[in-house]
Design a protein around this ligand. Structure first.
Ligand SMILES: Nc1ncnc2c1ncn2[C@@H]1O[C@H](COP(=O)(O)OP(=O)(O)O)[C@@H](O)[C@H]1O
Ligand SMILES: [Mg+2]
Length: 394
């Protein structure tokens, strides 16, 4: 798929901007702080309903404005769609698909598919478990958009269960009346139900991602590796033997039962996908804490490249009867976004990465100076400066 037009109103630094796009490579070039990342962040938002830089919508709305609008025309095979998201911080966001407003923002998931590389990706390897959980969950949602709903369910149940535990913890500490904890049993079941679905998807994803990430790492850093992606679940060892969603449900429920006393003492949910981690191993050692800066970078890039390969391989075919189009492409091939990554890499990895992504259906690149964009990624070019995004005519 590719985006043929991006239109922003009161998004980040842009009061208004219209950007016509084509398939192939497009580079946005301009000095720092001029709004290059803001553009590609909007594409990422359409794909994930979130930003790769901030966890809430408020910073995405232009200072002084009330709401932001992100609009895009998207082509997927033969199909054209117009999507629009209205960001209302503190209130519900709104969506329109092909001018119909009878949709929820979550219905937009799956129309724009994208894989975004950014300097922030280093945190995938070096950062907290939350970074890796978000990586996994965004990818499971891209693979299967209905998981957006499951994630929302899980978050809602978790929040309510935590509120209940906090009340119980307070009552206990202040020697108040013991709470009736039978409602907690119900919340355990809800949490385990949504949690098991999330877990099953994460485990399936990791199994699919592992060989692709290993291959990508070899391409970026020949002779390095091997990579191993190991899921570390808060439900403990028993998870290793659970193969199905039903079994995972049982394991989660049992682990919640075991943790209950401690949970009531601490007033917080200690078991579930929100407490899990993905351990990224390079050779025998975890990359976090052991890998060099360069290795960590290659690892992060390998995870993104693997995501791209996976989404591409699993995307719907475009031709009639489910065949690839003339270029051997599939309709749902994701948009690749490379935000300011080339400046971070040495010449060798820069060339390797560029060669790997160059054939993509649509590749959006940002760079402070044109020389940072490798030659194989020659394509359309825009300058971004002082709020203006202007096409450079060769
Ligand atoms: N909500 C906002 N309202 C107004 N300006 C913003 C907002 N968010 C970010 N900016 C401005 O956008 C600029 C950064 O844009 P960015 O796209 O990250 O730059 P770059 O071209 O370096 O990628 C900064 O000057 C910042 O002040
Ligand atoms: Mg930037």
């Amino acid at each position: 798929m590719h985006v043929t037009h991006l239109s922003l109103a009161d998004f980040r630094s842009y009061a208004r901007v219209e950007v016509p796009l084509e398939p192939g490579v497009t580079a946005f070039v301009g000095p720092n702080g001029q709004g290059k990342t803001n553009l590609v962040e909007a594409v990422g938002y359409l794909a994930t309903l979130g930003s790769h830089r901030v966890s809430s919508d408020a910073p995405l709305v232009r200072m002084g404005a009330e709401r932001a609008i992100v609009r895009a025309a998207v082509v997927q095979g033969e199909r054209q769609q117009l999507i629009e998201l209205e960001l209302n911080p503190g209130k519900a966001n709104r969506a329109r698909i092909n001018r119909s407003s009878q949709v929820k923002p979550r219905d937009v998931l799956g129309i724009v598919r994208s894989v975004l590389f950014a300097p922030e990706d280093l945190a995938l390897v070096k950062g907290d478990p939350g970074e890796r959980r978000r990586f996994l969950d965004e990818l499971i949602t891209a693979r299967s958009p209905r998981m957006g709903g499951v994630r929302a369910d899980y978050d809602r149940v978790l929040k309510q269960r935590n509120t209940l535990l906090k009340t119980a913890a307070l009552a206990r500490r202040h020697g108040g009346r013991q709470m009736d904890l039978s409602t907690l049993d119900i919340w355990d079941q809800h949490l385990a139900r949504a949690g098991a679905e999330l877990l099953a998807q994460r485990l399936d994803l990791i199994a699919a991602l592992q060989p692709l990430a290993d291959k990508a790492y070899q391409q970026l850093a020949p002779g390095g590796g091997p990579l191993a992606l190991e899921y570390r679940g808060s439900a403990g060892e028993a998870m290793a033997d659970a193969a199905t969603r039903e079994e995972l449900y049982g394991v989660l429920l049992a682990a919640l039962g075991e943790a209950r006393k401690q949970e009531i003492e601490r007033g917080v949910t200690l078991v579930g996908p929100h407490r899990d981690d993905l351990v990224l191993k390079l050779g025998q050692l975890p990359a976090k804490g052991y890998a060099s800066h360069g290795e960590s970078w290659s690892y992060a890039l390998a995870l993104r490249l693997a995501s791209y390969d996976l989404l591409r391989a699993e995307s719907p075919m475009s031709g009639p009867g489910g065949s690839p189009d003339g270029g051997g492409r599939r309709a749902g091939e994701p948009v690749l976004v490379l935000d300011d990554v080339f400046a971070e890499l040495d010449a060798r990895r820069r060339e390797r990465l560029a060669e790997l992504v160059a054939p993509g259906e649509q590749v959006l690149v940002t760079a402070a100076v044109a020389e940072d964009v490798p030659a194989v990624l020659a394509g359309a070019r825009f300058t971004v400066s002082g709020g203006a995004v202007e096409k450079v005519t060769p």
